[in-house]
Design a protein around this ligand. Sequence first.
Ligand code: SF4
Length: 160
Amino acid sequence: MYRLHRLLRPNPANLFLARLLERHPRLNRWFTEAEKQVKGAAFGCRMCGQCALPATGYACPMTCPKQLRNGPCGGVSATGGCEVYPDTQCVWVTAYERTETEGRVSDLTLLQRPIDHREWGKSSWINYWQGRDEGLWTEDDGLTRTHLVLTDLRAGGPQE
Ligand code: SF4
């Protein structure tokens, strides 16, 4: 999937396609339905429209019953089972196993920002190709920035 993702990166051709699809609602619906079928079968995609897969070992965080995008809740069982559906493995355990296999565990430290819920049901590929996903997660774990903001606040300084 990581190799396939490299092929799907934004480029002039898929940017052209994304803009074309948005200008033609019927084509957009067909394309979005195809994405739903493909990603639904492959990842259990729920069509949130803002795809986190490249940073989660291709384990969809929206399949978590709590839709947690920044790691597991405190209810994961000792065997890695979901708190809500004990017979299924926590998606974050799956994410950890996959990223560990690929030597990409550090991906899981990136801070996933809240999603825009108006994007539900839309094509995440169309969003991605048009650069709308660029701020979905931070470049690092976000802790340094949080620390700086807190330090500024304590000092009564700027909050930028
Ligand atoms: S688009 Fe959203 S729901 Fe679909 S696979 Fe990506 S993160 Fe999961």
